[in-house]
Design a protein around this ligand. Structure first.
Ligand SMILES: Cc1cc2nc3c(=O)[nH]c(=O)nc-3n(C[C@H](O)[C@H](O)[C@H](O)COP(=O)(O)OP(=O)(O)OC[C@H]3O[C@@H](n4cnc5c(N)ncnc54)[C@H](O)[C@@H]3O)c2cc1C
Ligand code: FES
Length: 342
């Protein structure tokens, strides 16, 4: 392998970084748990200082660094490609997840429309589909330039299948390619899995999954994961799905099938711009009118501290949920796992 060596100052931890790989991904591939969230340059949780060596910045001006960070010489590990051997100063190592990320080619095998602007994309990869429920992968699109994070909506499997629920963003670079240019048989590169907002089966608490928009994919995966646990019949899950209008809401069949394996699955929907909504036939409950975090608080009431929560969606949704549950509701922060789609 051509590449460079990276030393984490003060820890004795060393790892190799292949030519063209980022500091963060090389660390995770080597089982070194550098801290991170989005892998896209947006959240800032992978900040580090370069003590020695040279790196190329993949995304100069990424929002994950403030002007103050830049003045202090801070960089983003998820956007830094070493050009030489490097010494870095990074925060305490974070948790290492079970599956180390690998890069592989995958072919688009199906596209299934779910709503007016959301579809499920199914890819078949070369080697393996190993990931924990709720994790995400980076999809490198065939134009060779654009790469974005998408959460898997299925479970790890031996059929090498990776499924993603993607919402079209008007004039979005990646989603324009996914929706308008990819055809069945088109090749992409999938790099994953990544992310810490995955199902923790050891936790003996009922779970609550909260999906905002395309966050639905990650929450499908979590529900399927809970339903596949050996003690699924003893577990109750709650799924909240939020959208702007009723047309944004989709309740996947896979979730309704998973319900049969669980003690109970309560599905509720919330629409923030509701006007004369009908009850969803699949769950028989009229949509809550308001934001999805308000629906969660309203439905679970005084019991909100008794659950473990998983959430995915736009930052406004995940931030409002975290505020409602942790700051206002008194939930211990380590009972809430979420991915912000920033
Ligand atoms: C952890 C995570 C999981 C996600 N899961 C899903 C999902 O399951 N379904 C879904 O529909 N969306 C998901 N997203 C959002 C997705 O990654 C895209 O941001 C979204 O599809 C819009 O992309 P676009 O290129 O079409 O839009 P654009 O408007 O062209 O791109 C905007 C997004 O791309 C990011 N971006 C811009 N430049 C770069 C760059 N050079 N490198 C990396 N990122 C860049 C921006 O931060 C912004 O979020 C997820 C995001 C994250 C962080
Ligand atoms: S993980 Fe690097 S900015 Fe989010």
């Amino acid at each position: 392998m051509t590449g460079h060596h990276v030393l984490v100052e003060g820890t004795g931890v060393r790892f190799s970084c292949a030519e063209g790989d980022t500091l963060l991904r090389a660390a995770l591939r080597a089982g070194v748990g550098l801290s991170y969230e989005c892998n896209s340059g947006s959240c800032g949780s992978c900040r580090y200082e370069l003590v020695d060596g040279e790196v190329r910045d993949r995304r100069p001006g990424a929002p994950g660094l403030t002007a103050r960070d830049r003045r202090r010489g801070r960089r983003l590990a998820c956007q830094s490609e070493p050009l030489s051997d490097c010494v870095v100063r990074a925060p305490e190592p974070a948790e290492v997840t079970t599956y180390r990320p690998v890069t592989q080619t995958a072919l688009l095998s199906a596209v299934r429309p779910l709503t007016h602007d959301m579809s499920e994309f199914v890819f078949t990869a070369e080697e393996r589909a190993e990931f924990a429920p709720g994790q995400y992968a980076m999809i490198h699109l065939p134009d060779g330039r654009v790469e974005r994070a998408y959460s898997m909506s299925n479970l790890g499997n031996s059929s090498r299948e990776w499924k993603f629920v993607v919402k079209r963003v008007p004039d979005g670079q990646a989603t324009s390619i996914l929706f308008d240019k990819l055809e069945v048989g088109s090749a992409v590169v999938i790099d994953g899995p990544y992310g810490h907002a995955y199902l923790r089966p050891e936790r003996n608490r009922d779970i609550v999954c909260v999906a905002g928009g395309s966050g639905l994919g990650a929450m499908i995966s979590i529900i399927l994961g809970a339903a596949a646990l050996p003690d699924a019949v003893d577990r109750t899950a709650h799924l909240f799905i939020g959208g702007r209008t009723e047309a944004d809401i989709h309740i996947p069949d896979a979730v309704l099938v998973a319900r049969r394996r669980l003690r109970a699955l309560h599905v509720r929907t919330a629409v923030s711009a509701a006007d004369g909504c009908d009850p969803q036939p699949e769950c028989g409950i009229a949509p809550f009118r308001g934001f999805v975090h308000e629906a969660v608080v309203g439905a679970l009431g005084e019991n909100i501290r008794d659950f473990t929560y998983y959430a995915a969606g736009p930052p406004a949704m995940t931030d409002a949920l975290a505020r409602a549950l942790v700051v206002e509701g008194g939930l211990a922060a380590d009972h809430l796992y979420f991915d912000r789609f920033c």
